[in-house]
Design a protein around this ligand. Structure first.
Ligand SMILES: NC(=O)c1ccc[n+]([C@@H]2O[C@H](COP(=O)([O-])OP(=O)(O)OC[C@H]3O[C@@H](n4cnc5c(N)ncnc54)[C@H](O)[C@@H]3O)[C@@H](O)[C@H]2O)c1
Length: 272
């Protein structure tokens, strides 16, 4: 009598990457958020390659190059499993010329080269930093907390470039099968003047993103289950007055929960 085959346990597509050493390319590695992410990824034992148009301090494997140069981006992508694409002009700019010569090239052309190079290199996961500014008017007027499903209301041109990035992220996930996570970030200040602005405004304190939480958020994004096809999540530190962003999907999908709140972490920002 033929032996009865044992039923195989159902194979789960849920592959959590925690504990694995992941090869990560981090564009914008020399910047405010980039430096916090480098520190957290290195602390977790991941292999980090930086890419920035200025040198990245404290990172051995760092390429100095511009995301608007396709060949430089393609070379940096070799052997990469996960991409965090931070390099961008990170806010609106003052003049029409700067819109055309700085914002659009970095945020649109650079995005094109980075996504194409990632697809060609077989990158599995792409994390795209969007901004709370894509739903600016609801952020200011409510209703709160804002969820990813709420209709966007971009502040201006910078936010519009982030909407473009969100859209093409979805396009690559559906067309090419990359796992794409869009992260709508709160406010991680880059200058002492921005720290003062946050200190003066209750709403800004509620969307504050500390460097430590930013680092943990992006590390959680690359360690999250491989079967995420496309997700949009908000990322911020803990609110103080009113919850502006719904962080539930970041918790459910990425296991991210903020540990800090305003003004924790500003000593890092002010270089103290
Ligand atoms: N800090 C925030 O509050 C915040 C909020 C929402 C979204 N973001 C997004 O997060 C990302 C990082 O922001 P940040 O605050 O660290 O800004 P940042 O200006 O400190 O860092 C951006 C980095 O990108 C690099 N870069 C810019 N253009 C480049 C190019 N053409 N080629 C190569 N490198 C280039 C810069 O040299 C810089 O080191 C950006 O995409 C920004 O839009 C930031």
């Amino acid at each position: 009598m033929p032996r009865k085959r044992l039923a195989k346990p159902p194979s789960s597509p849920y592959k959590k990457l925690v504990g694995q050493r992941i090869n990560v390319l981090l564009t914008g590695s020399a910047g405010r958020v980039g430096q916090a992410v480098v520190a957290e990824l290195q602390a977790r034992g991941h292999a980090v390659r930086g890419f920035d148009r200025v040198p990245t301090p404290g990172l051995e494997d760092a390429v100095t190059g511009d995301v608007t140069h396709a060949s430089a981006v393609q070379r940096a992508m070799a052997g990469i499993h996960s991409l965090i694409h931070l390099a961008a002009v990170p806010d609106d700019v003052e003049t029409p010329r700067a819109v055309l010569e700085e914002l659009f090239p970095a945020n649109i052309t650079g995005l094109y080269h980075v996504m194409e190079a990632a697809r060609a290199a077989g990158v599995k996961r792409v994390v795209l930093p969007s901004s709370g500014q894509v739903n600016w008017w609801q952020q200011q007027r409510g209703p709160w907390p804002i969820r990813a499903e709420d209709m966007a209301s971009p502040k201006y041109w910078y936010a519009a470039t982030k909407m473009f990035m969100e859209s093409i992220g979805r396009g690559y996930a559906e067309t090419h099968g990359l796992s794409v996570i869009v992260a709508r970030l709160g406010w991680c200040p880059r200058t002492p003047a921005q720290v003062e602005e946050i200190a003066a405004e209750a709403w800004a304190q509620d969307v504050y993103l500390s460097p430590g939480d930013a680092g943990r958020f992006f590390a959680a994004s690359i360690e999250a289950p491989a079967d995420i096809r496309f997700a949009t999540v908000y990322a911020a530190s803990q609110f103080i007055h009113k919850q502006r962003f719904d962080l539930e999907s970041a918790k459910r999908l990425l296991n991210y929960e903020p540990r800090e709140h305003w003004p924790q972490g500003i000593e890092f920002l002010l270089g103290r």
